[in-house]
Design a protein around this ligand. Structure first.
Ligand code: GLN
Length: 478
């Protein structure tokens, strides 16, 4: 098998190829690993390749095939996993020096489910440190380059997971989204990225950044593959008390191609910062949806202006608490140069964390401190409720919302690193959906004149993933 073949395969194509004995799962795993190894110097998208684990999974699939057993829904599919999701026995760094040698003793629920479905984990992907960032430039393992344009960022924080699927070294990948980290890289790399409803996918084994906002979700090259992966990893998990007991719909069965009569809302607040080319591509996408029979109308989400401030208070507050556990005692990295225990804590955290993580820990500690809690943290929680109420009102009028993912396409490496505020502003259209905990996704809707992909965002009401996939699939088919 040619290594390049991996970049053209779909989940269904792999199943048919395995059944027709065109290739074995082992051949697929070997090809994916070889392709990943050859491509990685260009993009730096993988932190680690996991040949043993992938080949072991492949052999199980091949054995099932030769015994005539039924194949799992992801049989023989090469999958990459963002390095904030723990994998038993396989180094998990969170893109941080402080966890550079951490070998988890257990697997995340999503990882267990995808391997039980026959998926083959070929490696762990690079990301912003502890998923904090919008460009993948905050990784202790170096930035990731966008495979579509190597001088540009792939987006963040799940930049590596988006890049490997766009580059074709994996067919699917898992990312995590707290404020846009799946949708924005998917948009920048020209692939599908899905943030499910909060609680739809267990967070067990997802290293916590901001627990009330963290989601695990899929990247894929087409809507059907993304739907299949979500179907596999979704569902209640006793190990995560915030995971929802709601039944998982067969998302791939919802892809009828028919969206006639669906009411789609376009938020008027969501276009004002978009660049000309992005706005034009989104307008074209909306016209295409109309031509498919959707009933498009303007809506308003008035609290949008406060979303970034609200997010960066809540997310940093939660992060400051979640990251307190990295103290040089419980996890791997410990500074070698301390005389007292307090020095050891300080030096470990000082040397182990990167600048952006420290900035957020300080900000989060400040907004939770006595005297500022009411003014910042409590206020932000109230704003969060207003943002959720905006969506609730909107979904009483429309079935789904369509909008840009990002105000601009992939920017150049280094372009925004000197100004954290500027970087934070790139999340303006993704953060609201995250704060409301609703399902949202990015689907490619064209390219700028420079060939940079632009994503259309589709947002639906809680647990309405099936409808979201139906719209995305109908759009993708055009
Ligand atoms: N870019 C946002 C941030 O830096 C979102 C990150 C994410 O979703 N993990 O926090």
């Amino acid at each position: 098998m040619n290594a390049n073949t991996i970049s053209t395969l779909t989940v269904d194509g792999i199943r048919a190829g395995l059944r027709g004995r065109e290739f074995s799962a082992r051949e697929l795993a070997e090809a994916a690993l070889a392709h990943a190894e050859a491509q990685n110097p260009k993009t730096n998208a993988y932190i680690l390749l996991s040949p043993e684990r992938a080949l072991h999974a492949a052999d199980r699939v091949d054995a099932a095939l030769s015994h005539g057993e039924e194949l799992g829904p992801l049989a023989g599919v090469p999958v990459a996993v963002k390095d904030v999701i723990v994998t038993k026995g396989l180094r998990t760094t969170c893109g941080s020096k402080i966890l550079a040698d951490y070998i988890p003793p257990y697997d995340a629920t999503a990882v267990i489910r995808l391997e039980a479905a026959g998926g083959m984990i070929i490696g762990k992907t690079n990301c912003d440190e502890f998923a904090m960032g919008s460009s993948n430039e905050n990784s202790a393992f170096g930035p990731v380059r966008n495979p579509v344009a190597l001088d540009r960022v792939p987006g963040g924080s799940s930049g590596g997971s988006a890049a490997v699927v766009a580059q074709g070294t994996a067919v699917l990948s898992l990312g995590s989204d707290t404020g846009g980290s799946i949708r924005q890289p998917a948009s920048f790399c020209g692939i599908i990225g899905v943030t499910p409803t909060y609680g739809r996918v267990s967070r067990y084994g997802l290293v916590a950044f901001a627990s009330s906002l963290d989601h695990i979700g899929p990247f894929a090259r087409n809507v059907r593959d993304a739907a299949t992966l979500l179907e596999v990893i979704a569902g209640h998990d006793l190990l995560d008390s915030t995971s929802a007991p709601a039944p998982v719909e067969p998302y791939s069965a919802a892809l009828t191609g028919d969206i006639r009569g669906l009411k789609l809302g376009v938020p008027r607040e969501y276009l004002k910062d978009a660049t000309g080319e992005t706005a034009a591509l989104i307008a074209q996408a909306i016209d295409r949806l109309k031509s498919l029979g959707a009933d498009v109308r303007e809506i308003s989400l008035p609290a949008t202006d406060y979303a970034i401030a609200c997010y960066y208070i809540i997310a940093t507050a939660e992060a400051s608490s979640n990251l307190a556990r990295y103290d040089g005692v419980r996890y791997t990295f410990r500074s070698g140069s301390s005389d007292t225990l307090t020095d050891m804590f300080q030096n470990t955290r000082g040397e182990g964390f990167g600048a952006e993580v420290k900035r957020r820990i300080m900000l989060g500690t400040y907004v939770l401190s006595h005297g500022y809690y009411d003014a910042y943290y409590l206020k932000a929680q109230k704003v969060r409720a207003l943002i959720a109420a905006d969506f609730k009102k909107a979904f009483a009028e429309v079935d789904a919302i369509v909008a840009p993912v990002s105000p601009f396409p992939a920017f150049k490496l280094g372009e925004k690193t000197s100004d954290p505020m500027e970087m934070y502003l790139s999340d303006i259209y993704t953060i609201t959906g995250s704060l409301a905990g609703i399902p949202c996704m990015s689907v490619p809707c064209g390219k700028t004149q420079d060939g940079l992909p632009v994503g259309l965002q589709i947002l639906c009401n809680h647990f309405d993933e099936a409808r979201m996939f139906r719209i995305a699939d109908a759009f993708e088919r055009m």
